[in-house]
Design a binder for this molecule. Structure first.
Ligand SMILES: [Mn+2]
Length: 424
């Protein structure tokens, strides 16, 4: 039996005054083709189906049309959709009962009973074949909000909150693991899903992402990172969403982020997007394979002085015409300049136009010069937190306790901001 794992579609994304409708249309077509060609039986979508809680009509149409085509045009029998932090549980859940008749299971958010206790069983799916025999079980955990985990206790430190959050999530998965016990003897796949930050992310080359460039660093946030051992071993695979770059957690082959199918911000411009295919023989996961998705639009970033950026644009090799599926390149410019350059923006846009590149955003980067120390820091290389701490020191804050508190607050704010900005 083959299972496909994907996540973070962000249908309906509005990106610097543009929509992503065509990109999503191309990529859903590609997904459908993979489901067909690989003879997938179960499709898992681990959260962030839509970019906003109130998606535009065309995005809803793309979603329902995709579901319909999967059921009609492929051999896929079960579709499991969980809510991410971007999804509105009620929007996802609205057609839940209807979809269930079509073997599409939607877990938009955590369900609670009248005593306000989480109903773990609602996330536990026993998928059956046409004869009513279980053919797989999926513990389909949606994005867990603080309030789902009853974490709204005031006055805790950030570290305490992170610890409580981690334990609550661990406990949630442990209960799912207990429910799965009775299926062990059935010799069928037992999997789980999640939409959360995990610790120990490494890219394919084994580099530790947590020490990479700032934008990757912030992606992970520093709050409530979940360790690989959060997931009980009864689950042969953990299908995660939330992080947009495809990767394993702690180097473990069977705990993965599938990554988003399209680049949702310029910081994802170098990602190779893909989906994960799982092959099961009975309960055994015998193969895990990544399938690359086509690149339907290039996102590029030009950075440097006006001169350098102009040259880079003029010499840019636009691959737009190499494939019918490829849309016009979108660019972000990061202009390093100490003086205001009149019409720089306009001139660059005109140059780009000739290369069939559309500049979506020009960011002017002026050198910071509050203190000698700050001036000496290479801002391209520097860790954003170090810059913040240096700025605090430059402003006369020397108490280690105070610095520690400011640092924690900064990390929290930053992870919230960037989560927003990068549409995680
Ligand atoms: Mn996302």
């Amino acid at each position: 039996m083959k299972i496909l794992h994907t996540s973070d579609w962000h249908l309906g994304q509005y990106f610097i005054h543009r929509h992503r409708k065509e990109e999503h249309a191309h990529i859903l077509e590609a997904l459908l083709e993979i489901i067909r060609a690989e003879n997938i039986t179960i499709l898992l979508v681990s959260g962030d189906i839509f970019d906003t809680g109130n998606p535009p009509n065309y995005a809803l149409e793309q979603y329902y049309n995709f579901l319909r085509r999967v059921l009609r045009q492929t051999h896929c029998r079960h579709i499991i959709v969980t809510g991410g932090n971007h999804d509105s549980p009620s929007v996802l859940n609205a057609p839940k009962e209807l979809l269930q008749f079509l073997d599409i299971r939607v877990i938009g958010g955590v369900e609670r009973n009248e005593q306000n206790e989480v109903i773990i069983e609602a996330e536990f799916l026993d998928l059956q074949d046409e004869n009513g025999n279980s053919e797989a079980v999926i513990f389909a955990v949606p994005y867990l909000r603080d309030r789902d985990l009853k974490l709204s206790v005031a006055g805790e430190t950030l570290a305490e909150r992170a610890e409580i959050l981690k334990n609550a999530i661990r406990n949630h998965y442990a209960k799912g693991g207990e429910l799965a016990q009775k299926y062990v003897s059935k010799n069928i796949p037992i999997l789980t899903m999640g939409h959360l930050f995990a610790a120990g992310l490494r890219n394919e080359t084994g580099e530790n992402l947590e020490s990479q460039e700032a934008e990757n660093d912030i992606h992970l946030g520093n709050l409530g990172k979940i360790e690989a051992d959060t997931f009980p071993e009864i689950f042969s695979y953990v299908a995660l969403g939330h992080i947009h770059k495809a990767q394993k957690v702690n180097g473990q082959d069977n705990i993965r982020y599938s990554g988003s199918p399209i680049s949702l911000s310029f910081s994802e411009r170098l990602d190779q997007k893909s989906v994960v295919i799982l092959n099961y023989q009975g309960a055994d996961l015998t193969e895990i394979r990544q399938i690359q998705l086509p690149l339907v639009r290039h996102l590029v970033r030009f950075s440097g002085t006006f001169e350098k950026v102009s040259q880079a644009i003029v010499h840019f090799k636009n691959t737009d015409n190499q494939s019918n599926n490829t849309l016009r390149t979108w660019a972000e410019v990061r202009l390093k300049t100490e003086n205001i350059l009149p019409n720089a923006d306009q001139k660059l846009r005109e140059l780009a136009e000739k290369r069939n590149i559309e500049i979506l955003k020009v960011v002017i980067e002026r050198p910071v010069s509050q203190t000698q120390r700050l001036e000496e820091m290479d801002l391209e290389e520097a860790n954003i937190q170090d810059v913040f701490l240096e700025k605090c020191k430059a402003d006369g804050i020397t108490s280690p306790t105070q610095l520690q508190q400011l640092n924690e607050t900064f990390i929290e704010l930053q992870s919230r901001l960037v989560e927003d900005e990068n549409h995680l």
